[in-house]
Each structure stands twice: as structure tokens, then as C-alpha cells.
Design a protein around this ligand. Structure first.
Ligand SMILES: *[C@@H]1O[C@H](CO)[C@@H](O)[C@H](O)[C@H]1NC(C)=O
Length: 251
């Protein structure tokens, strides 16, 4: 006994796998045609029964949107996350991913439209903002792309100051909020080494520390003549203080 070709089912094709005979107990499963999806819970196969009769089958494919687009800012809520059948008119709801917050004026829902496209996703989840980074004394904060989740800011010190700490910080997830990855660095003044003493002369008004651009002025004892510059000043090279040149001589 043979059942013959399995019955037609609207919008579905039987997976015959090259079979030409269908003896008793043969099971044939159908696949929905493109843009149709199996309705959950419906039967999608037939079996050849005694008496050369296929078991009953009803229409089980319906037009369906595809699985909704993945969004960077939001994920599908339960139970939609595990579904693949979204007939026209289905509404799915998103929730914001970590690092994002709801924009209360916009609906976090999409609808499967007649053309089997999802309605356009508006920006219903926006990036959270890290706190204002503040200021660095004697330094700068570079904020090239704002301070929202994912942003990087970088730090530098004014000339004459050396940076202690991080040179950049990222706005990242911290608990249920967003926070900077690194604290602000400190900019400490760079000092030159003590200025060189000279024979037969003095440093006028000598100080404890000489920072960037500060100068020392030399004077010769009575009866001596100065050869060279009266003053040298503190410069900075690779975060180290160094004098602009050699001190003068008193001859
Ligand atoms: C197919 O989807 C439409 C909505 O697009 C729905 O009204 C109809 O009931 C569905 N058919 C079945 C058999 O579930």
C-alpha cells in the first residue's frame, strides 16, 4: 500500500527528499514558504496511515515578520526574545541595554506592518551620560566626542607640569549606571635642579625652587667681569627641568 504524494498545504512545501513512494508509516514534514512562518503549536507533518490515507493536516503557515532587528541600545523583552512567529499586527517591546536609558517620550515598541516590515525603530533608548569630568589644575581635559556612555576623554598637563595618574578615562558601565574608568590625574610642577654656583660671583635673590620659565641672575664680585649671559632660565625637556644654558663666568 502507498499513500501517494502528500496533500497540498497552503504556503507550505513537503520535504520529499527525493522520495517517490510513500508506504505506511512514512512521515513527511512541511516547510513554510518564504515570508511565512509556522504557527506555534500547529501540526506541520503528515503520516501515511493504514489504508493508504495521509493523516489530517491544516494550514499551519502564516505571514510573519522576521525576527526583529538587533539594536545596540536595546534588547527584546521576554517573551519576544525566544519567538520567531510575528504575524501582521504583532507588537514587540524592547528594554534598554546597560549604559542606556529610556527616552520617556518615545515608545519602546515595534509593530509588524502589512508589508511584513517592522515599524521604524526610533531612538527610544539613549546613551547615559557620565558625570561632568571637572577640571585639572594646571592641565587640560580633551573631550573629543562628549561624555556619553562609551566616550573617551584624555588628560594632559600644561607645559612645566608633569602628569601623575592616567592619561585617559572611559565612560563605562558601573553597577546600574555609568562612571569614568579612571580618576583625574594630578599635574605637578616640574622644577629645575638647583642652579649652578659660580666662582667669584653670586646668584641674585636665590630661591628654593625654580619652575618652568623662571630665571636666575648672576652677579660678579667686585673687580670681576662677567663672560656669558647674566641670566639662565628653567626649561622643560621630556618632563624634566633643565637650565637654558651654562652659567656665566666671572673673570
Ligand atoms: C494569520 O495572521 C493574521 C494577522 O496577520 C491573523 O489575523 C490570523 O488569525 C492568522 N492566521 C492564523 C491561522 O493564525
Amino acid at each position: 500500500s502507498d499513500c501517494g504524494l502528500p496533500p497540498d498545504v497552503p504556503n507550505a512545501q513537503p520535504a520529499l527528499e527525493g522520495r517517490t513512494s510513500f508506504p505506511e508509516d512514512t512521515v513527511i514534514t512541511y516547510k513554510c514558504e518564504e515570508s511565512f512562518v509556522k504557527i506555534p503549536g500547529e501540526k506541520d507533518s503528515v503520516i501515511c496511515l493504514k489504508g493508504s490515507q495521509w493523516s489530517d493536516i491544516e494550514e499551519f503557515c502564516n505571514r510573519s515578520c522576521e525576527v526583529p532587528t538587533r539594536l545596540n541600545s536595546a534588547s527584546l523583552k521576554q517573551p519576544y526574545i525566544t519567538q520567531n512567529y510575528f504575524p501582521v499586527g504583532t507588537v514587540v517591546e524592547y528594554e534598554c541595554r546597560p549604559g542606556y536609558r529610556r527616552e520617556p517620550s518615545l515608545s519602546p515598541k515595534l509593530t509588524c506592518l502589512q508589508n511584513l516590515k517592522w515599524s521604524t525603530a526610533v531612538e527610544f533608548c539613549k546613551k547615559k551620560s557620565c558625570p561632568n569630568p571637572g577640571e585639572i589644575r594646571n592641565g587640560q581635559i580633551d573631550v573629543p566626542g562628549g561624555i556619553l556612555f562609551g566616550a573617551t576623554i584624555s588628560f594632559s598637563c600644561n607645559t612645566g607640569y608633569k602628569l601623575f595618574g592616567s592619561t585617559s578615562s572611559f565612560c563605562l558601565i558601573s553597577g546600574s549606571s555609568v562612571q569614568w574608568s579612571d580618576p583625574l590625574p594630578e599635574c605637578r610642577e616640574i622644577y629645575c635642579p638647583a642652579p649652578p654656583q659660580i666662582d667669584n660671583g653670586i646668584i641674585q635673590g636665590e630661591r628654593d625652587h625654580y619652575g618652568y620659565r623662571q630665571s636666575v641672575t648672576y652677579a660678579c664680585n667686585k673687580g670681576f667681569t662677567m663672560i656669558g649671559e647674566h641670566s639662565i632660565y628653567c626649561t622643560v625637556n621630556n618632563d624634566e627641568g633643565e637650565w637654558s644654558g651654562p652659567p656665566p663666568e666671572c673673570r
